[in-house]
Each structure stands twice: as C-alpha cells, then as structure tokens.
Design a protein around this ligand. Structure first.
Ligand SMILES: [Ca+2]
Ligand SMILES: [Ca+2]
Length: 335
C-alpha cells in the first residue's frame, strides 16, 4: 500500500472517530435538554393541577357563602368565618385545600390560633373611603408619631382625591412631589385598585405596610362591620378604650371567646346602644361616642378574603392563593 493511501485511510479514521465523539456529545446534550424539558412539563403540570384545586376552593367558599341564611348582619360565629368541616383539608381531584387565617380569639396579641374560614374585608379600615380622623387615629395606634400619622393620612387622601390641591400645605403630597422622585410618577387622583398601591404614597414604608396590611382594605362602602372588626379598628373609629372593651366583651359572650355559638351580635348599628345597655352601664361620654359612630358602621359584610393553600396528594408542591370575592360570588382579586 502506498504511503499516500495509508495517510488517506488514517485521515478517514480520525474523521470518523471525531464524528462519533461529536455525535455522542450531541446525543448526551440532547438527552439532558429532553430531561430538563420533561421536568419543566411535570412542574407546569403540577402548577396547572394546583391552579385547578385553588379554583375549586374558591368555588367551594362562594357556595358556603351562598348557603348562609338571609339576615341583616354578619358575625364571626357565622359559618363563612369558622367552619372546620367546610374549609379544612378538603379533598379534590389529585389534591386538597384548606382555607384558613390567623386569628386572635380574645383580642390579646399573644394569643393566636388558626381559624378555618374566610376573612371579612368589612372588618378592616377602608383606605379608599375612611375620613382623615379615622386614618390618623388608626396610624397612631400603630405607633406613628402624631405628625407622621397626620401627614400619612393627608397623603392618602390626596393620593385618592381627584384634584391636585394639597390638603395641607406641608406634609402631604400631590403630583409635584411624586414627579420629583428619582423614579417619577403621578398621584393616582382616583381610588386604590390594589392594596399594595398604598406603598406608592408618600410616608408609607414597606415596614409600616407589613404592620398594618391585615387591618386595611380597598373593598366595600367604607363602613366597618361592628360585629367583625378588631379592637384596633374600633379604636380608630373614635371609641375610647373602655367602651371598645365593652363592645368586644359583649360580642365574645359568656365563654369570652369570639366566633363561638354563645356570641352576641348587633343586628343593626341602631341597636348597639340598647344591647350594650342591657349588659353594661354606659356613661354619658360613652353614649356620645356611640352616637357619633353609628353613621360610620354597618353590621353587614359584602366582601371576603380567601386565603387558600392548595396541595397535591403526591409530592410536596403547594400553592398559596389569596382571593377577594363579593357576596354575589364575583372574584375581585386573585394572587
Ligand atoms: Ca389628588
Ligand atoms: Ca363566644
């Protein structure tokens, strides 16, 4: 065999070996990519399943709400608020869900428990509707200094009111303030559409938002339900500590725990004075306080928050969905 032919064969062998090497690498890479895709598809599949479970949970919550008998009031011992059999570890398809919230049964901060049910949005301070005094008192309850609380209350009112006039010359903010920020924007001059929007308002820090977010809402007519409000909200309405304690104690009933069968309820704002007088002696200043809040409260709730944890029976995948619905079953918010 000539030298040239030997060289040619050797070249062909080397090229073949390289081709095999390249093809092997390519096959390994392809296999890896396919495996990654399969994992992704499985995850997407799990997410779809979790989404369907969460949707089933919301439908169940709406159905439970519609089961409630027709009445003029909503209270914490209603089934929408506290019903383990309807809301805890409910099996659906290939998974399960629970609808629950963190609850303080005696209005003492160190005593928390999990309740299975929905939260009443009308138990909160409405930042779209509340007047200056309510907002200011509320912010002071959460340890803001008087001037800081006033500035924040005015800034919220200026954010949502339609004009671009400052409510007070100093402290508050309208377009001119927000336009000069390093990332400029304008005041909304309209109602808050999501709760987190309040973080755009001058004076609202992420830290303060975390402290108050469970007590504020953007849904409803702005009248808190006196049967479901927390002590903080009662105080923000302008009621003194003693009268607030009487209202809570009346609601909690003999077992001193709220949301149980012995609870007392106010059937309308106008029967507050009569009902409280049956249990407690009310001083003249307390009667005045009560008369002043009657116009600002309700006993009926229209909007509810659902905190749903959906899980799959196989594997550890879980999903938290927070949703706001109204009494008609319309979904107002989904996250
Ligand atoms: Ca404005
Ligand atoms: Ca009770």
């Amino acid at each position: 065999m000539s030298n040239t032919r030997l060289k040619k064969r050797a070249s062909i062998l080397i090229i073949s070996l390289w081709s095999v090497c390249l093809l092997t690498t390519f096959a390994v890479m392809l296999g890896y990519q396919v495996r990654q895709k399969l994992i992704l598809v499985k995850r997407l599949d799990e997410r779809d399943k979790l989404r369907l479970i969460a949707e089933a949970a919301i439908k169940k919550a709406i159905a439970e709400l519609k089961k409630e008998p027709e009445k003029d009031y909503d209270a914490l011992n209603d089934k929408w608020s506290n019903n383990i059999s309807a809301f805890k570890d409910i099996n659906v398809g290939e998974g399960n869900f629970s609808i629950s919230y963190d609850f303080d049964p005696k209005e003492e901060a160190d005593l928390r428990e999990i309740r299975y049910g929905m939260l009443d949005e009308e138990s909160k301070i409405n930042i779209n509707k509340s007047d200056f005094k309510i907002l200011e008192r509320f912010f002071r309850l959460f340890a803001l200094e008087e001037s800081q609380a006033q500035d924040l209350a005015y800034a919220i009112i200026d954010w949502r009111d339609q004009d671009s006039q400052l409510s007070v010359p100093l402290g508050s903010a309208e377009d001119s303030y927000y336009r000069n920020l390093s990332q400029p924007y304008e005041a909304k001059d309209g109602p808050f559409e999501v709760l987190e929007e309040v973080l755009l308002v001058k004076g609202m820090t992420p830290d303060f938002f975390q402290r108050i977010k469970n007590y504020i809402t953007i849904y409803g007519q702005g009248k808190p339900n006196i049967n479901t409000v927390s002590k903080e909200v009662i105080l923000a309405l302008g009621v003194g500590q003693d009268l607030a304690a009487k209202i809570i104690s009346f609601r909690n009933g003999k077992d001193t725990i709220s949301g149980t069968s012995d609870d007392n309820v106010f059937q309308s704002p106008s029967d507050m004075i009569t009902k409280l007088s049956e249990f407690y002696r009310l001083s003249d200043p307390e009667l005045l306080e009560l008369n002043l809040i009657l116009e600002k409260i309700t006993t009926k709730s229209e909007n509810f928050m659902i905190k749903c944890i959906a899980g799959l029976n196989k594997g550890k995948s879980k999903d938290l969905v927070v949703c706001i619905i109204n009494r008609k079953g319309k979904v107002l918010y989904w996250n």
